[in-house]
Write a protein that binds this ligand. Structure first.
Ligand SMILES: [Mg+2]
Length: 279
């Protein structure tokens, strides 16, 4: 099926690509993945994810298993963004309680924090598949006593090979329901992660196309920093978004995106494009 082309999206200079649901679902690559990276070639891109359970090296290894080689520096995980921004967002904190996976905890430690099980000064919430009621209780007590609350994302659910599962946003909502405290989100749709990605590209957001499968995280976040946006239809359910953000472009999948990029870039010369089939 042909791409629906929006008037607002010009020829992108660089790409910010969401990974989960766009490039792959779990260990299953999306059709057109290898073709897309053939079209991208040497053009600048950053792969971003709100998934805090994988390190950048994990993401790179997963893509390699799918036949796509990307440099480590082209991957930006929300855990890395947490580590980067912790000193700014919680400047006086040194005791951190992390609801999350080893890659997230490693970034928090690398940012100079001591991991604690109670009485934390900052609570960092990512996807925690081993969460216990006791640890949730200690997070609630710390925030109630004044700890800063940082979230890797507000995404309530994520897509896996087995179906949907509660995301970090569901855990944040549980804490917020107890204490009425608003969390600071560092992942998409926060401008924070997009600004870091744009800085890595060395580009003004107006030159960048943000590609994702979430209206709430990718499209709204990209629009907030002034980038063009493209929605890939993955089947991610996003209830309650009627009349929500409208992407500049909409594609059924990566095959259609690759074709559109190849067409846009073919008229330019230079770069590494040219591998796609003209529509
Ligand atoms: Mg996604």
């Amino acid at each position: 099926m042909a791409a629906m082309m929006g008037a607002a999206a010009g020829t992108p200079g660089g790409l910010i690509l969401d990974m989960d649901g766009v490039l792959y679902v779990g260990e299953r690559p999306k059709p057109g993945l290898v073709e897309l990276f053939a079209v991208i070639g040497e053009r600048p891109f950053v792969l971003v994810t709100n998934n805090s359970t994988l390190s950048a090296a994990d993401c790179r290894a997963r893509l390699a298993r799918m036949g796509v080689a990307v440099p480590l520096v082209a991957i930006l995980t929300v855990s890395q963004v947490v580590g980067c921004l912790l000193p700014t967002l919680a400047p006086r904190a040194s005791r951190a309680l992390v609801l999350g996976s080893p890659p997230l905890r490693a970034e928090v430690v690398a940012a100079g924090m001591r991991l604690v099980h109670s009485a934390a000064e900052v609570v960092v919430v990512g996807l925690d598949r081993a969460l216990s009621h006791q640890r949730l209780t200690e997070a609630v007590r710390s925030v109630s006593a004044g700890a800063a609350l940082l979230a890797t994302s507000f995404d309530p659910i994520l897509l896996t090979e087995e179906g949907i599962e509660p995301g970090a946003g569901a855990l944040v909502a549980a804490i917020a329901a107890c204490v009425g405290e608003k969390a600071v989100c560092v992942g998409k749709p926060s401008p924070l992660i997009f600004e870091i990605a744009a800085a890595q590209l060395g580009m003004d957001p107006g030159q960048i196309l943000v590609v994702g499968d979430s209206l709430r995280s990718d499209v709204a976040g990209g629009q907030a920093v002034g980038a063009s946006t493209a929605l890939i239809h993955s089947g991610l359910p996003e209830p309650g978004l009627a009349g929500g953000p409208a992407p500049d472009l909409s594609f059924d999948g990566l095959v259609e995106l690759a074709r559109w990029l190849a067409e846009r870039w073919s008229g330019e010369g230079g770069g590494g494009g040219g591998g796609g089939e003209p529509g």
